[in-house]
Design a protein around this ligand. Structure first.
Ligand code: IPE
Ligand code: IPE
Ligand code: MG
Length: 256
């Protein structure tokens, strides 16, 4: 494969190379604009986006990525027209109904994150089914952020801690970052190393607010339906060139 301009792309690190991000988050944006630029209804962009999702999940697994979080429907997306919400809900239904078997066979573990209580009963049941069916799988972990908002997730975690304090099980003085993280939907999952957002928007839009504290961001101009294997590899390559310091000093720097 060649990069743009005929320059050969540098090889990617192999799956067990520590430079392959353990956890990638993707804000799959631009389905509507992809469709509108072709004179198609927005729903056609969402449908095409599912194809990009399938190839990205497959390729992330092939590259040895441990965790992939996909932002599918945000807590704020309820403000869209009812017809678009209905089409996004149907798409999730169809994705789980059509792809769960294949994901399970590919050893993918599916973990839904986000609020469940305001979803339709059948969607809740499908999310539970996806989680239960794949619980024992040991390949790629696919976190499906559906009806998810980072602020909502943190607020729900705080409520759970407050309930434990009220029950007399927890001393408020014991509440620290670790304890709060244990109440998030992502408890036990390492933070995203790399967050990719498509479609040229340079913002988080309430995606993994807590977990993104030290994530590297790669913003790509492509709309989500155009995202492919080469786009994923290019983002990982860019990630490999970043110098992550986590508040410390660059490797090899001793100060002075
Ligand atoms: C991303 O595409 C999918 C969801 C947010 C559910 P958009 O629907 O946001 O597409 P644009 O950003 O309007 O082009
Ligand atoms: C973020 O995209 C949500 C998802 C990709 C599911 P949006 O399109 O909703 O974000 P904004 O409104 O442009 O910030
Ligand atoms: Mg958008």
């Amino acid at each position: 494969m060649s990069a743009a301009g005929g320059v050969p792309a540098r090889p990617l690190p192999s799956a067990d190379d520590p430079r392959i991000p353990t956890h990638i988050g993707i804000i799959m944006d631009g389905n509507g604009r992809w469709a509108q630029s072709r004179g198609l209804p927005r729903a056609a962009g969402h449908r095409k986006g599912v194809e990009a999702l399938r190839r990205t999940v497959r390729h992330a697994g092939e590259l040895g990525v441990g965790y992939l979080t996909i932002f599918s429907f945000s807590s704020e997306n309820w403000s869209r027209p009812a017809q678009e919400i209905a089409s996004l809900m149907s798409l999730l239904r169809r994705f789980i109904q059509q792809d769960l078997k294949e994901l399970a066979q590919a050893n993918v573990r599916v973990i839904p994150i986000g609020r469940r209580d305001d979803l339709a009963d059948d969607i809740r049941a499908l999310l539970v089914e996806a989680e239960e069916t794949t619980r024992a799988n040991t390949g790629l972990t696919l976190l499906v952020a559906f009806n998810y908002g980072g602020r909502d997730e943190i607020a729900r975690a705080c409520r759970k801690l407050a309930e434990r304090v009220r029950a007399g099980e927890l001393d408020p003085a014991a509440i620290d970052e670790t304890l709060l993280a244990c109440e998030l939907d992502t408890a036990g999952i390492p933070d995203p190393d790399l967050i990719i957002r498509t479609s040229g928007e340079n913002r988080l839009s309430n995606f993994t607010m807590w977990q993104a504290a030290y994530s590297e961001f790669v913003f790509v101009p492509q709309h989500w339906p155009d995202f492919d294997e080469a786009s994923l590899e290019a983002a990982i390559r860019e990630f490999c060139n970043r110098d992550r310091r986590f508040g410390g000093l660059a490797a090899g720097m001793t100060g002075g």
